[in-house]
Design a protein around this ligand. Structure first.
Ligand code: SF4
Ligand code: SF4
Length: 232
C-alpha cells in the first residue's frame, strides 16, 4: 500500500488561511489502512479545525466526506458538484489522489493534508516499513523476495557492501542488512546458487528518475474502445 503521514497541524492551518468553507476529503483505500487519511482521520482533523476556528474566531465552515479512492475518476465523479460548493478541498489522499482530484475540481483549489511517504507494509501496530520504490524492473525473483532497491541503503545488486556487522546495516543500527536478509532467504529456499550469478549494470530507464512514467495496456485499451463503440 501507499503509506502517508498527516502534515503538522500548523502547516495545515497555514495552507487554509483565508478560506471560509473547507471540505476535508478522505480516501478509503491505502491511507485508510495506514490510518492517515480515512474516515476516522477526517473526523479527527475536522474536530481540530472546528476547535481552532472557534478559538481563533475564524468562522470557518468544515465539511467532511470520504470516498473509496481518490486516484480513480469513477469514485470522484459523484462528489464533484458537491465539492465545488466549497472554497477549498483539503485532501487526505496520497499525492496521486490529490493530483487527480485537483484536475477534476478546477477551479476549486485542492490542498494536501498528508505527506506521501512510500510503498510499504504494516510490520506491526503503528509501524510501517518501505518495501518497494516502483523501480519498473522488479528483481525480487532473483533475491528471494527481498528488495535491494528499497531495503539496501546503497541499492546494491551484487551482494553486501562489506560494512554490515552481525546482520545489521552499517548505515543504521536499527536496520537489518538487506543482503543478509537476501542470503538468509535464499538459503531457506535452497537457492543460494542465485548469488553466484553476477547482475549486469542496471538500466534505470524504467525507474522514476526520468520523465513521468505510464503503463499502456493495449489489451485493455482495446476493450475500452470496443465497449465505447458498441454503446453508440
Ligand atoms: S525490485 Fe523494484 S519493483 Fe521490485 S520491489 Fe524492489 S523497487 Fe519494487
Ligand atoms: S550494510 Fe547491507 S544494507 Fe547496508 S548498505 Fe551495506 S549491503 Fe546495503
Amino acid at each position: 500500500m501507499i503509506v502517508g503521514e498527516r502534515k503538522p497541524f500548523d502547516e495545515i492551518t497555514g495552507m487554509l488561511n483565508g478560506y471560509k468553507k473547507v471540505l476535508i476529503l478522505g480516501c478509503g483505500t491505502c491511507v485508510s489502512v495506514c490510518m492517515a487519511g480515512g474516515a476516522k482521520e477526517v473526523a479527527v482533523l475536522a474536530s481540530q479545525l472546528r476547535m481552532d476556528s472557534g478559538i481563533q474566531e475564524k468562522g470557518v465552515e468544515i465539511g467532511e466526506e470520504t470516498i473509496q479512492r481518490q486516484c480513480d475518476r469513477e469514485y470522484i465523479e459523484p462528489i464533484v458538484e458537491m465539492a465545488k460548493t466549497y472554497d477549498v478541498v483539503l485532501s487526505m489522499a496520497c499525492g496521486a489522489g490529490v493530483q487527480l482530484l485537483s484536475d477534476m475540481l478546477v477551479p476549486t483549489p485542492v490542498l494536501p493534508a498528508l505527506n506521501t511517504s512510500f510503498i510499504g507494509i504494516c510490520e506491526e501496530e503503528g509501524v510501517w516499513a518501505e518495501r518497494c520504490r516502483g523501480c519498473g524492473d522488479c528483481m525480487l525473483g532473483i533475491t528471494g523476495g527481498i528488495c535491494p532497491v528499497a531495503r539496501c541503503a546503497k541499492t546494491l545488486f551484487n551482494g553486501p557492501c562489506g560494512g554490515s556487522v552481525n546482520g545489521i546495516c552499517e548505515v543504521s543500527k536499527d536496520t537489518p542488512c538487506a543482503w543478509q536478509l537476501v542470503y538468509d532467504r535464499l538459503k531457506a529456499l535452497g537457492k543460494l546458487e542465485s548469488l553466484e550469478e553476477i547482475q549486469p549494470i542496471r538500466d534505470w530507464g524504467p525507474s522514476s528518475s526520468g520523465i513521468p512514467r505510464g503503463v499502456y495496456r493495449e489489451d485493455m485499451a482495446g476493450v475500452a474502445v470496443e465497449s465505447e463503440g458498441s454503446s453508440k
